[in-house]
Ligand binder design. Structure first.
Ligand code: AMP
Ligand code: MG
Length: 316
C-alpha cells in the first residue's frame, strides 16, 4: 500500500498543534525519542490505544509504555511510588529509563493488558517534550514498526514501515541512542532489571547507590520474547572480525550474499547504527549479516541482548 504519511519537523507551533489535535481526536502518529521512534496514541482513549495494537499487529497482552512530559505528571499515573523509584526519576529523567510502578486508577486496562502495574518513562527529545506539554496528557508509544521487527531510528524508517497506516510522522532527526529504554521494575525489592538499555545497572549503583538485580523466576516482563528485533536477513554473531571473515567465506562459498558488520570500536555509535545497518542490509538484498558482538560493558549489554534476539529470530 502506498504511503499516506506526511513528515513534519515540528519546528513550528502550528505543526505541533496539528499533532496535538490528531492525538486528541484518537489518531496515532509517529514521534521521535532519543531511543527509537514511537507510535503514539493518547493514553486516555481506549480506541486510540487499540489502534496502536492493530497497526503494529502486536498482541494486546504485551503492555505499552506511558510517555509523560516531565516528572510532575508521574503521580497522575502511578501510586505507592518507592523512594528508589523517585531517586531514579530524579537522576535519569528525562532519559532512556522506563520504570514499572503500581498503576493509578487513571491508567486504562488496554495500556497494561489488565495488570495492576504500569510502565512509565519521560523521553528526552525536545520536539516530543513540546508535543507532550501542549497535549497535557500522556501517550502510549511503542516502537513504530510491525511487531517483532527492527525498530525505527529515523522518520524515514517509520514511513517505510507504517506509512500506509498513519498520516503524520514528526521528524526529530536520527535517534541519538538508537536502542529501546532500560526497564526497571520498581514494584519489587530490590528493583529488577527487565530490559537492558543505555542506562546500566552498574551506572544506577554508582550514581544512585541503588542495587538492581536481574529479573528472576518467570519472566516479569510480558512481551520479552526470545525472538525479536528481526530483519529479513539472517543474523550470525561472532566474537571478532577475524572469526567474522572465516564465517563470511563459508556463507559466500554456499552462494549467500554476505555483509560483515564490526562497530565494536565505538559502542555508542554501534547502538546508534545497529538498527539502520540491519535495515540497509535488507534493502541491499543481503542474505546473511555477520555481526561482531559488543564487549560486555556499558551499552554493550543492551546491544548484545538485541543481537541475540535478532539471531534467534532466524532459528525455526
Ligand atoms: P516497548 O515494546 O518498547 O513498547 O516496551 C514495552 C515492554 O515494556 C513490554 O513488552 C514489557 O516487556 C514492558 N512492560 C510494559 N508494561 C509493563 C508492566 N506493567 N509490567 C511489566 N513489564 C511491562
Ligand atoms: Mg518494539
Amino acid at each position: 500500500m502506498p504511503s499516506k504519511a506526511r513528515i513534519l519537523d515540528g519546528n513550528s507551533e502550528s505543526e505541533i498543534d496539528e499533532c496535538v489535535e490528531m492525538l486528541r481526536a484518537g489518531s496515532v502518529i509517529g514521534i521521535p525519542t532519543e531511543t527509537v521512534y514511537g507510535l503514539a496514541a493518547i493514553a486516555t482513549n481506549s480506541s486510540a490505544i487499540n489502534l496502536v495494537f492493530t497497526i503494529k499487529e502486536r498482541p494486546t497482552s504485551h503492555p505499552l509504555i506511558l510517555h509523560i512530559a516531565d516528572v510532575s505528571m508521574l503521580d497522575d499515573w502511578a501510586t505507592n511510588i518507592s523512594s528508589e523509584a523517585r531517586a531514579l526519576c530524579k537522576k535519569f529523567w528525562p532519559g532512556p529509563l522506563t520504570l514499572i510502578l503500581h498503576k493509578s486508577d487513571k491508567v486504562l486496562t488496554e495500556v497494561t493488558g489488565g495488570r495492576d502495574t504500569v510502565a512509565i518513562r519521560c523521553p528526552n527529545h525536545s520536539v516530543t517534550t513540546k508535543l507532550l506539554k501542549k497535549l497535557n496528557d500522556a501517550v502510549v508509544a511503542p516502537s513504530a514498526n510491525k511487531f517483532g521487527k527492527v525498530s525505527p531510528t529515523t522518520a524515514k524508517h517509520v514511513v517505510n514501515d507504517l506509512g500506509s497506516d498513519i498520516s503524520i510522522v514528526l521528524d526529530g532527526g536520527d535517534c541519538s541512542i538508537g536502542l529501546e529504554s532500560t526497564i526497571i521494575d520498581c514494584t519489587t525489592t530490590p528493583p529488577q532489571l527487565l530490559r537492558t538499555g543505555a542506562i546500566t545497572a552498574e551506572q544506577i549503583l554508582r550514581e544512585c547507590n541503588i542495587t538492581v538485580v536481574s529479573a528472576s523466576g518467570e519472566s516479569r516482563a510480558p512481551g520479552m520474547l526470545e525472538k525479536h528485533y528481526a530483519p529479513v536477513c539472517r543474523v550470525v554473531l561472532v566474537s571478532s572480525s577475524q572469526e567474522g571473515l572465516i564465517e563470511a567465506q563459508r556463507y559466500v562459498a554456499d552462494g549467500f550474499k554476505v555483509r560483515l558488520l564490526d562497530l565494536t570500536e565505538d559502542l555508542d555509535m554501534f547502538a546508534r547504527l545497529l538498527y539502520s545497518s540491519l535495515r540497509t542490509a535488507d534493502k541491499d538484498g543481503i542474505n546473511v549479516a555477520i555481526v561482531v558482538r559488543a564487549p560486555m560493558k556499558g551499552i554493550g549489554f543492551a546491544i548484545n541482548e538485541r543481537l541475540e534476539k535478532a539471531a534467534n529470530s532466524f532459528l525455526k
